[in-house]
Design a binder for this molecule. Structure first.
Ligand code: SAM
Length: 178
């Protein structure tokens, strides 16, 4: 999500995309069986740029050069806002997804990974949401069905990129060798 996210002053903003996020999150998504990787931005110039990157790898020269990357970036659906994402899922007949947000901020009404793995066995679609910039806006987090507990490493340094956080979180949810 590139909106609604916060900047370092806590203001709600629309952030710019990072090319590496498109590549790395789509490859993690493909590896861990995610059905669709939605990229959300309301900014028209960002959409043009993102579309150009995706189509280079799905229809352009990159598609023949690296078919594995074509398969991964082919999971991306570009949307203007979160409502469009929900509509996409509903119109595919997959039902109303449970919205599951991620955040590095401690002190949330959080669900741990063991509990969440049991929750997803209900067969309902689950929409895992990641922020960019300084993270998802508080109001968006409050509106979610589930807030996953922050992942922690060793020590108090807590500044993972969204693509690293996505890979770790997917592994905690569906990784086979936990
Ligand atoms: N301080 C921000 C926050 O509180 O979420 C970190 C933003 S980080 C650059 C971008 C995104 O990566 C976050 O919105 C979240 O989706 C994910 N993320 C980063 N670190 C995380 C962590 N320790 N636990 C869970 N998600 C994390």
């Amino acid at each position: 999500m590139h909106y609604p996210v916060v900047n370092k002053n806590g203001d709600t903003i629309a952030s710019s995309m990072t090319n590496l996020d498109l590549h790395d999150i789509s490859r993690a998504a493909r590896s861990y069986g995610v059905r669709t990787f939605f990229v959300v931005t309301p900014l028209d110039d960002q959409k043009v740029l993102i579309d150009r990157i995706i189509s280079h790898w799905t229809d352009g020269y990159g598609a023949g050069y690296n078919p594995a990357r074509k398969e991964a970036l082919g999971l991306i659906e570009l949307k203007t806002d979160f409502e469009e994402v929900l509509e996409h899922i509903r119109s595919n007949g997959e039902g109303v997804p449970k919205v599951v947000v991620t955040s590095a901020r401690p002190g949330c009404r959080c669900v741990g990974y063991g509990e969440f793995r049991k929750m997803i066995a209900d067969g309902r679609p689950h929409l895992l949401v990641f922020g960019t910039a300084w993270g998802l806006a508080e109001e968006f987090i409050r509106s979610a069905d589930v807030v996953l507990e922050p992942i922690t490493g060793e020590g108090d340094y807590n500044h993972l990129s969204v693509r690293s956080a996505a890979a770790v979180i997917l592994d905690r949810i569906v990784g086979k060798n936990r």
